[in-house]
Design a protein around this ligand. Sequence first.
Ligand code: SF4
Length: 671
Amino acid sequence: MSNKNVQIFQNICPHNCYSSCGIRTYVNNGAIVDIEGDPNHPFTQGRLCSKGYTLLKKSYNPERILNPMIRAKKGSNQWRNISWKKAIDLIVNKILEIKESGQSTESIFFDMRTGNIGMLQQALANLFNSLGPITKVGNGLCDPAGADAHFYTFGEVRNADPSDMLNSQYIIIWGGNPAATSIHQMTLIKQIKQNGGKIVVIDPIQTATAAYADTHIKIKPGTDGALALGMIKYIYDHDLWDREFVTNHVLGWEEFLHYFETEVSLEWSSKTCGVSIEQISMLAREYCTKKPSAIWQGLGGQRHINGGQNYRIINSLAAITGNITVIGGGIYYIDFRSYNLLNNAFKHVNLNHTDRCININNLNGLMGIPIKLAFITSSNPMAQYPNINMIKKFFDNVEFTVTVDHFFTETAKFSDLILPVATFFEKPDFLASYWHKYIGYSKQAIKPLGESKNEFEIARLLAIELNELGITEPLKYLPDLNADDFLARHLKPLLARLSEVDYSDIIKGGYYKLTGINTTWEDKKFKTPSGKIVLPSNPIYLPERKPKNNYPYRLIATHSEVSLNSQFSNIDVIQNIAESPKVFINNKLALYLKLKNSDKVRLYNNCGEVIMKLEISDSVPEEVIMCYQSNQKDNFSINCLVEPLLTDLGEGSRGFKGVAYHDTFVNISKA
Ligand code: SF4
């Protein structure tokens, strides 16, 4: 873009995604005229995904909410614009009513998720935390079981550097689909294959990644631990384990051995996970002999009631072969260390209370203290939480719901007040990746559209009124700052402490890795209490969830390349690619059920029902019904079918268990 009036800004995609891409934003006369991937970003190197290239359209989308809006009356579909002053008054009055009536501040529900993963929104979290103990959903939705598997095995949740994978000769991608969800890492995986390395995918579904791989192992969902145990059995029987490493750096081997001698055979493993003994043996042999060999655990494989234990058993493979300390070996999951460093720097330090953190499945029927005010930001619980009909009942009983968003999401439609929020082009922010570990400054490129405001500004307006009423004493400083001051106030001390990059340099642009973010474990020092890797203990294999008579098919709602949970699907180009929501079943199952392509089918279980269009595809196993995460345009969320089940692990590293999204069973019939 050669026009000399055009200014270029560095932005960072704020979506919940492995890549956290660097973006170049071209602005002319106060309007964005183009965006492209930032070639200077060390990991994403100038490339965005198909969603990323629509970010400009998303920002200028005619459906964007650009004024605060109030619903005419609860349950109605009529909205009218109101001023920010009135909107803030409504929220403050509700808080005041709670305080003055002597009710607990636990009657305030605050929900902030990962609709964007920038740091600026911490201003809102701090403001609500300063009110006193409030109510939150404790559960992380997506990753806690796998995170705990790493926490208990290695003492922390830590990945090798993604580029280290290029040193691998053999990659097992276990329960993930980077071709759709992590396109930049997929590029590295393709390089590994081109350089002669071998790619194996373990997945019940023939995803795009599985189709690309050298070998696709089709496993029965939820039985990953049984396959890993079969591999370990083979490795032990053929003396392929690393005796020296296990003796010096692994705890629990004796108990593990006893379990193998009494409980595990290749026949049992094969029967349980549906993978032939030949394939189990081949996988084990190649994993041990084509070194360095790495395993990448996706998020999908741990969304089961036994997902955490399954991932612990998979972790054991990297431990007993010593692969964990080898560059190009190791085991990848996610790595929140950079993100947590930043995020913790923004946490308000003066608070000495404990919030009421509740189990997501107990939201409806909250005992004791009913919810008077719900404040939702960066979240769409009416689409993304499990068992949506139960979540609806919860919101039905909330006196006043406020949603901060860009669009009329399912949750916004259910709210009483909507506050229009600025996009990432319209505010300054800091972002950190949970994959490649780079952090960076995303510079405000244009003014907020319409009357939208960034999260800091919304918090500041609330703080001005609440401070006058003496309610948010700890946040006295907030009204005197702007968004950039707020970022600097929280980040400068952290960067000074890490003494790698100066704040004044980082806001000029560029992407930085923080010191102290080590990657592999070459030093063989693990942060477990014993300093050693800890193998899982009895009962080592937790059985997978089995179908019920009335609901015989497992539902797997997965991510596609063109959508991200409930986001992006209202963008016209994405709609053209994504078509209408479809459900995929295997040809054999279609014949058995006498269903054909394009039939309208009903999926149902105890939690709800949806009507979708059928596509027959042999990429899906016979016992599985697959679809993609749904969106705003579909007027339903597939999560209305997700049963209220939690994963086995999550409390150790995340405080709460995750949601066992992939252990839902449904039935299907012609609609
Ligand atoms: S969604 Fe992910 S891959 Fe796509 S532009 Fe954003 S960070 Fe990059």
